[in-house]
Design a protein around this ligand. Structure first.
Ligand SMILES: [Fe+2]
Length: 236
């Protein structure tokens, strides 16, 4: 059997360093020894990617986070959509995209989150979709609120959505965060600031009037690029 074609490597200029002093959690979890580069063999260049395989493994898609409970969640309803592209600008179909976010008050559904803000019984904040044949995805959700965190005294995270992408192979897994345009907290965010300045804008969604739903929801566009110079930075 012929050797599988390796994927191109991450462009390290795009990515944040593993250890960034301003982001305190990165200091304690960053590797202390040089990384070992693993060759892209069959194990890394393949994955559960056939049509319908994700639905079989994970169950049906959850694209509307505003309809997971008996009532409607509070907050500003939004549509988040876009495309997943590979390093040659080709659409990546059958990519599983998971979404995780706080509610409109900036509180997660998790026992660790003891932030003094209301919970919302009608909002879980987790969803999952599969990209179509053109690499497109779409979620309906609620705009998340900002929340305080223990990075420094009086640190606040800007509104953001966590994304996890499982592409056609294990080598192009992507975990990142999407921010909203014009957020005054974005320039203060230690996690975003770890990304080199010229690539930081790749984390910010674009308000898109064309895909808004009249009298119903505003809309943001956010494309993911799995590799290369325009790659979406990994932010965890
Ligand atoms: Fe978060």
């Amino acid at each position: 059997m012929a050797d599988p074609l390796p994927y191109s490597r991450d462009d390290e200029k795009v990515q944040p360093p593993l250890k960034y002093d301003e982001f305190r959690a990165s200091v304690v979890r960053a590797p202390t020894k040089p990384l070992v580069r693993i060759p892209h063999t069959l194990t890394e260049t393949t994955g559960p990617s056939g049509k319908g395989v994700w639905a079989k493994l994970m169950g049906p898609a959850v694209m509307d986070l505003t309809r997971q409970h008996s009532g409607e969640p509070l907050g500003e309803r939004i549509v988040v959509s876009g495309r997943v592209l590979d390093d040659h600008d080709r659409p990546a179909p059958n990519v599983m995209i998971e979404i995780l976010q706080a509610n409109s008050c900036g509180r997660y559904v998790h026992e660790y989150d003891q932030h003094d803000a209301p919970r919302d019984p009608n909002f879980t904040g987790a969803g999952r979709v599969i990209t179509d044949s053109e690499g497109r995805y779409r979620f309906v959700t609620i705009k998340p609120g900002a929340y305080p965190w223990y990075n420094n005294w009086n640190s606040w995270r800007p509104a953001h959505i966590h994304f996890s992408l499982a592409g056609p192979a294990f080598a192009n897994r992507l975990v990142t965060q999407m921010y909203f345009p014009g957020d005054p907290l974005f320039p203060l965010d230690a996690i975003a600031n770890a990304v080199p300045k010229e690539y930081r804008h790749l984390l910010v969604a674009r308000f898109d009037k064309g895909t808004t739903e009249p009298f119903w929801a505003l809309s943001y566009q956010f494309d993911f690029v799995l590799r290369g110079r325009a790659a979406t930075p990994m932010v965890q």
